[in-house]
Design a protein around this ligand. Structure first.
Ligand code: TNX
Length: 535
């Protein structure tokens, strides 16, 4: 208790931000910063120069920054001292240039996303200054910044526990501040089907209600209508966050199979929604009706999501679910001359990937090349080269990088040992739910994640980014979600954005304090990382 009080006092007094300049709150740390002599004093009558329509959102974000930091609301004027500009000669979609000198502040980017990121960085500069001086001034600086990786993602899992739209929006707001640009929504799993598919109303009619007796609203029940998803997509897009839907097949499908029992493997009797258990139930690879339903689902997903990217799961299925016990599947294997059940995965995904191609979607799958449960000389799945894979199994990402380097697949990194935000942050973090002994993953461990794995550039050029995954078995609401996300989400944001040469635990440790105080002010829950006081 005493420790907690000390920590909170320290947060608000700025006692723990030793860096005495305005760089003290930058997360993720920029890839090019030069402090200059001089300061810019912000007057009461500051104005923001007028902007083209594409920059209106960034301009509003800037006005909001001034309101939050100084209680000012700078008007828009033709020639303000604070300037936001599009500059198409700046290379890179998310790159921005932020210059502060005695005369003003200018932010430029080749896209609205870049300009918005400049505003986010300015906000943290002001926060750093406020922590150190509490005055309305800002030290001169030149920042020319662009991300180390094009994809910086978080994953939410409203399938296990449903999260209302407003909560997802709030989560996106925070992501955008730390320059995350992708939210993967794990929309289907054993415990729920959360996306409306108009041609297949049973999917949500039955599959979205794990607990029919529960009083609504209950995190067991609920789904997003297509209209809500469209609204969410637009909301996220303004903040440079792309929403990638995940429809997890052929395993993790108990909710789908509760709606359509005839699609499951014939040796399985029931599909049950059991929270915290990955069900054995799987789609049959041999039943043509499976592909009819999936065609409808994928067609409607393609219509809803302008990003034209879909994640189709594919995890924990190749051998783990005893697919080859099904007499239908065995007959299929004989017919095709297959000797290993993994080949059923290829059969299944060949058909499903033809659908995603037909509807113009790019496909992402969880990587199963490095499955530990497979024998050393196991059959390696043949993933088509145009599929992006996500490495996830604990400790196996180096292997996955090597194998995808050979197979030619793009790779997103979500290693269990750093990026699993559902894992406890300290020993008794999840007293009510830790049914398989999830490994403790403290902030420092997440921070040590080096996405380069010290490999030569040629051996890692297929790595497209970093994703933190917040699996939802124990996440009953958004407060729990943000408590598990932060502060580890700050560490992952930096892993995805900041080049290794600019990263360091000591500096990061200092920079998180003002940001934690800000999270607190905005009412976002997070775990207090007590242990770093002693580190
Ligand atoms: C494995 S990671 C899963 C999820 C679980 C998670 C729990 C992955 C691709 N599949 O279904 O929720 O572990 O940590």
């Amino acid at each position: 208790m005493k420790k907690a009080l000390f920590f909170i006092l320290a947060l608000f007094s700025g006692l723990m931000a030793p860096a005495q300049n305005n760089l003290a709150a930058l997360i993720p740390y920029p890839n090019g910063v030069k402090l200059l002599d001089g300061t810019f004093r912000i007057s009461e009558k500051e104005t923001v120069s007028s902007v083209p329509a594409e920059l209106l959102f960034a301009a509003e974000a800037l006005q909001d920054v001034f309101k939050q930091r100084f209680g000012l609301k700078p008007e828009r004027a033709e020639k303000g001292r604070i300037r936001l500009m599009l500059n198409d000669r700046l290379e890179g979609r998310e790159r921005y240039r932020l210059t502060v000198d005695g005369k003003g502040i200018s932010i430029e980017g080749s896209t609205p996303a870049g300009v918005l990121y400049g505003v986010m960085t300015l906000d943290q500069l002001l926060l750093g200054d406020a922590v150190n001086t509490g005055q309305r001034k800002i030290q001169a600086v030149h920042i020319d910044d662009a991300p180390a990786y094009p994809v910086r993602a978080l994953m939410l899992d409203p399938a296990r526990h449903f999260l209302p739209v407003q909560d997802v929006k709030d989560y996106i707001d925070e992501m955008a501040r730390f320059k995350y640009n992708r939210l993967q929504l794990h929309l289907t799993d054993d415990q729920g089907w959360r996306i409306e598919i108009k041609s297949r109303p049973e999917l949500t009619g039955i599959g979205a209600f794990r607990n029919a007796k529960a009083q609504t609203p209950s995190p067991d029940n609920g789904f997003y209508t297509q209209e809500e998803l469209r609204e969410l997509i637009a909301y996220a897009a303004l903040r440079n966050v792309e929403i990638v839907p995940e429809i997890d097949v052929p395993g993790h499908t108990a909710a789908m199979l509760t709606a359509y029992p005839e699609l499951r493997c014939d040796f399985l009797k029931d599909s049950v929604f059991v929270l915290g258990r990955t069900d054995n139930v799987m789609l049959s690879a041999a039943n043509p009706k499976v592909y009819e339903v999936l065609d409808d689902v994928i067609r409607e997903v393609a219509d809803i999501f302008p990003s034209k990217t879909i994640h189709l799961g594919g995890d924990e299925s190749a051998i783990e679910r005893n697919w080859a016990k099904s007499s239908e599947n065995l007959a299929l294997m004989r017919r095709e001359g297959y000797t290993k059940p993994e080949q059923l995965m290829e059969f299944f995904f060949t058909k499903v990937l033809a659908m995603t191609k037909k509807y113009g979607l790019h496909t992402i799958l969880w990587c199963e090349l490095d499955n530990v449960r497979l024998p050393a000389n196991h059959y390696l799945l043949n993933y088509p080269q145009d599929v992006t894979l996500v490495s996830w199994r604990y400790g196996l990402t180096p292997k996955c990088i090597e194998l995808t380097g050979k197979s030619g697949n793009a790779l997103l990194l979500a290693p269990g040992e750093y990026a699993y935000l559902d894992y406890p942050q300290f020993k008794n973090d999840l007293p009510e739910f830790n049914n398989w002994g999830m490994p403790v993953t403290p902030l420092r461990q997440t921070y040590t994640f080096d996405p380069t794995y010290k490999l030569a550039p040629a051996d890692r050029k297929h790595i497209i980014g970093v994703m933190g995954t917040l699996w939802g078995e124990a996440i009953r609401d958004i407060n729990r979600a943000s408590y598990m996300t932060y502060p580890r989400g700050l560490a992952l944001a930096e892993a995805g954005w900041t080049r290794m040469e600019y990263r360091g635990w000591k500096s990061f440790k200092d920079r998180i304090y003002p940001n934690l105080a800000e999270l607190m002010k905005r009412g976002v829950s997070f775990r207090v990382p007590f242990e770093i006081l002693e580190d």
